[in-house]
Each structure stands twice: as C-alpha cells, then as structure tokens.
Design a protein around this ligand. Structure first.
Ligand SMILES: Nc1ncnc2c1ncn2[C@@H]1O[C@H](COP(=O)(O)OP(=O)(O)OP(=O)(O)O)[C@@H](O)[C@H]1O
Length: 326
C-alpha cells in the first residue's frame, strides 16, 4: 500500500533562554493510504512538535535540524511558505485540542467553513460552497445543518464545536487528517461520541488519520497502527493488536497497565516518576530511569529497534538475545 506520509529521522530542536530542548529525536514513521495511526505517549514526549513539524507550523524558536517529511514522496521541509499554505487545510489538515481557539467567535460557523473552500477551492460558486458546507455539517453528525449554518460558535455545545472543527478540516477532502488530542477538552461522553464519529468518517472518506493522544485506551477501537513515543523518540510501533496483546517495550507495558479497566480491573497502576527533561535527554533509553527491568546498558546506550514481527518493532535492550543469557 502506498505511503501517503513518511517521516524519516526527524530531529526538532527548540531554542529557549535556558538552552536547547531536543523535542524530537530521530523520529521515523509512515502513514499508509486510508489507515489510522495513533501516536501515543505521556505529555511532553514530543508528539505535538512532531506533528507541527509535519505541518510546518513549528513555533518561531523551533526548527527541523535533520530528517525529512515526505508527502507523496516530496520533502515538505523544502517547500516555500506559500506552497505550504496551499497544502495546509487542503491536502493535510489538523484538528486542535480546543475547538474554541480554532473557531472564530465572531463568524457564523457556515461562513467559517466556506472560508476554507474560498481559499482552496476557488473554482466553486457560492451556491456550490453553501451546498458543500451543509453536506459537511451533515457528514459530521450535526442535526439541522441548514439552521446550524447560520449560528455562531457560542450557540453550539463543546461536542458540536468539535464536530464543526472536524468538518472544516475535512472540507477539501484532505489526504491526511491530524487530530491532536481531539478529546481532552471534552467530557467523557462527548469524547466517546467524537471517537465514534472519527471511526465512522474512516469508512466514509478516504483520508488517512493520525490521532495524537496520551491515552492508549482510547485508540484500541479506532487505530490500525500505533506508534508509542517517549522522551522525544518512538520506542515501539506495531499493529494495534500487537501493541495491546503483545507489547514489547517496557514503557508500552507500563502504559497499558495504567489504562483504567485494563487487565487487573480493580487496580490502576500509574507509572511512577515523570518523563525525562529534553534539555539534557538521557544518553541511553529514555525510559531507563522509570523502568522495572533496567540494566546497566540501558542507561548508557540507546538500543536499536528489534523486529518483533512483520510490522512490529521496539527499541528495548530486553529484546536483545544477549539480554536473555545474562
Ligand atoms: N513553544 C515551546 N517553547 C519551548 N519548549 C516547548 C514549546 N512547546 C513544547 N516545548 C517542549 O518540547 C517538548 C515536547 O513537547 P510536545 O508539546 O511536543 O509534547 P507532547 O507529547 O505533544 O505533549 P502534550 O501532550 O502535553 O502536548 C516538551 O519538553 C515541551 O516542554
């Protein structure tokens, strides 16, 4: 299957007054046509920075210092700002954590979605645009789309605003939709509804989806593949079943243990400690300081990836055949 997006050895550094934060450290992954990839990991492990680098919307003090972001084989880091502007919102769209910040409170929601079409689909007539907006509102499960078209964001509930945000992102039928924690600002019932919606959309549109979340639990029913990130690195990737039924990295195992209702249902096992600071990231495995199985080598050297199956690999010294002999 064709790779729509391929990120190769991506490195992103952030300059701050105190020093350089190594937010993304040699990250590689690919996204195939029509699949949903979940990027999972605790707060501060580099998920958002990776996606902002893909979209070329890094903050001013951050930059890609190495690696490539290939979209249909073309390196986006070489694109001019203008070319990127054309691509964003049209070929690659992103949904942000809080729809209240991405929607304009002074503009009717229908008009806001039309703006995206005006910008990227210049050939459309006003009538066609209006028709498309009503269609999109309907697609994302907004009832009475004709009426909703003329309403302002504050007249909608949080869940409906999130749906409008998704409609806006899908307006131009993008090849890739990146959803950065689409659920955090919402209550649990709405979270479930939005994830259901994403799942339905998967069937209706041919868009490939990347979901970024700190909650491994929410991706079980929606992701095809999972990339687990920790300390600015991807530490394990695999099909969703591999990750849930035969996790290989100790961090993935710890994340699974911390999901409410998983395994030993009576007790939650939060991961003790906190992720490493990325100003001076550890030389070895970033999880070594919190790992239940740490060996001396873990703290000194970063392990390579060990294949666990066809598309399942993890970077953990425990997987080295020599570890079993010790
Ligand atoms: N604008 C910024 N200036 C300086 N440092 C930043 C900035 N944004 C993020 N960072 C730092 O970069 C690192 C990676 O952050 P990033 O937001 O990518 O993590 P994340 O995994 O997406 O976390 P979250 O789930 O909280 O968004 C963190 O150490 C964070 O503190």
């Amino acid at each position: 299957m064709e790779n729509v997006l391929e990120v190769k050895n991506l490195v992103v550094d952030i300059r701050t007054q105190k020093g350089i934060i190594h937010a993304v450290r040699d990250v590689s992954f690919s996204l195939r046509q029509g699949e949903t990839l979940a990027v999972v990991g605790e707060s501060g492990c580099g998920k958002s920075m990776t996606m902002k680098a893909v979209m070329q919307i890094l903050p001013k003090n951050a930059r890609i210092t190495d690696g490539q972001v290939l979209f249909h084989g073309k390196d986006l880091s070489k694109y001019s700002d203008r070319r990127m502007e054309k691509l964003r919102g049209s070929d690659i769209s992103m949904i942000f954590q809080d729809p209240m910040t991405s929607l304009n409170p002074t503009m009717k929601i229908g008009k806001q979605i039309e703006e995206v079409l005006k910008l990227h689909r210049k050939e459309m007539t006003p009538d066609e645009r209006r028709k498309r907006v009503v269609e999109l509102l309907d697609l994302v499960g907004i009832s009475n789309p004709e009426t909703r078209y003329g309403q302002y964001p504050h007249q909608l509930s949080g869940g409906q605003r999130q749906r409008v945000d998704i409609a806006m992102a899908l307006a131009c039928d993008p090849d890739v939709l990146i959803a950065d924690e689409p659920t955090t600002a919402l209550d649990v019932t709405i979270q479930a509804q939005i994830l259901d919606l994403m799942r339905e959309l998967q069937k209706k549109v041919r868009t490939s989806i990347i979901i970024i979340t700190h909650n491994l639990g929410v991706v079980a029913n929606i992701a095809d593949r999972v990339a687990v990130m920790y300390g600015g690195k991807i530490v394990e990737t695999g099909d969703v079943r591999d990750i849930f039924y035969s996790p290989a990295h100790e961090y993935t195992k710890a994340l699974l243990d911390s999901i409410p209702g998983a395994g030993d249902k009576e007790r939650l096992h939060p991961i003790p400690g906190t992720p490493p600071g990325l100003m001076k990231p550890p030389a070895g495995c970033p999880f070594a300081a919190r790992c239940r199985q740490t060996m001396e080598v873990c703290e000194k050297f970063m392990p390579d990836f060990y294949d666990q199956g066809t598309a399942h690999r993890a970077a953990c010294w425990m997987l080295d055949p020599r570890a079993k002999e010790a």
